[in-house]
Design a binder for this molecule. Structure first.
Ligand code: MTE
Length: 314
């Protein structure tokens, strides 16, 4: 983003999918073996031990485009808490402790509440959503995420009439994330949405990918996925969701407001000051492909922005 050039690709640490799953199954199965009772594991640990989330419902929002490989998606990451090179989060987040975990939903809500990750996993039926994901750096991927619409969680908290925006905060602990101090951005990583954007059914509260729990480098144990917006809006490893009256700050906008807007909807007609946004590099493809308005989700989300000047409100 600020630091990296667009499209700098490094395919190091390539792990075949089977090997990756086997290693994770092995690690996840360890406590069960020690305890001698799989029932004693948390639901998220059970999902890992089983290797799959059972019964993921299919979603009408899923694209039929070719999915990227698990290797691409888990070894080409932006997670600045764990380094600014694309191959660093897969290595440096390896021991990131994501269980137990709680997410606090607070602010302008009738029912503020802390949700454990086990509660989040059971709060609504998990769906598989195969979404395009377009980074502001002009690379893209297609990922089968698992989760459900954020609105399910927000409705439980009951936003008050004063709630107009939703502010998200990522986990931050400098002792677990020593690389963060070299990242050049402020932490904790924060993001925001207008309430109607957050309530849109496409806005995914995501707990998994490829039928399994999220790996640490992809934002375990729970993150947002907002497929019509540049990837930096999709905040990882969420610990706080606060409903607020005023537009909340978002990390990249605070750092460089001319380059990164609050809305950051994918828009091929508004270039980043330092590079074009008209096309993108889909990981694994040789030729660039044209970037679509709202990343191809215009039919679903364009009405959220009726009457807005999208060049000004970029
Ligand atoms: N969330 C946090 N907490 N820290 C980050 O550095 N990077 C963002 C977003 N969420 C980021 C984050 C950016 S720039 C992108 S493109 C996506 O996560 C990348 O998600 P992925 O690594 O799963 O592809």
């Amino acid at each position: 983003m600020l630091i990296k050039k667009p499209g700098d690709m490094r395919y190091s640490e390539i792990t075949p999918k089977a090997l990756y799953f086997d290693r994770r199954r092995f690690l996840a199965a360890m406590p069960a073996a020690f305890l001698g009772a799989r029932e004693l594991l948390s639901p998220s640990a059970r999902a890992l031990a089983a290797g799959k989330f059972p019964n993921l419902a299919k979603s009408p929002f899923s694209t039929t485009e070719k999915e990227n490989s698990l290797t691409d998606v888990t070894h080409y990451n932006n997670f600045y808490e764990f380094g600014t090179n694309k191959d660093e989060p897969s290595r440096l987040a390896r021991n990131f402790k994501t269980y137990p975990w709680t997410v606090s939903v607070e602010g302008e809500v009738a029912k503020p509440r802390k949700f454990s990750i086990d509660e989040i996993l059971k709060l609504a039926p998990l769906e598989e959503r195969i979404y395009r994901h377009r980074c502001v750096e002009a690379w893209s991927i297609v990922v089968p995420w698992a989760g459900y619409s954020l609105s399910a969680l927000l409705n439980l908290a009951q936003p008050t009439s004063k709630a107009r925006f939703v502010a998200f905060q990522s986990y931050y602990n400098p002792s677990e994330m020593p690389e963060a101090q070299h990242a050049g951005i402020d932490f904790p990583y924060v993001e925001g949405l207008r309430l109607d954007e957050a309530m849109h059914p496409l806005a995914l509260l995501c707990v998994g990918m490829y039928g399994d729990a999220l790996p640490p480098q992809d934002g375990a144990p729970v993150r947002m996925v907002l497929p019509w917006k540049y990837g930096f809006k999709s905040v990882k490893s969420i610990v706080k969701i606060r409903l607020v009256e005023k537009m909340p700050p978002n990390t990249w906008n605070t750092m460089q407001p001319i380059e990164y807007g609050f809305y950051s909807n994918v828009n091929p007609n508004v270039d980043h000051p330092r590079w074009s946004q008209s096309s993108e590099h889909r990981l694994g493809e040789l030729r660039r492909r044209p970037t679509l308005m709202f990343n191809g989700y215009a039919d679903q989300v364009a009405s959220l922005y009726t009457g807005m000047d999208l060049k000004k409100n970029f």
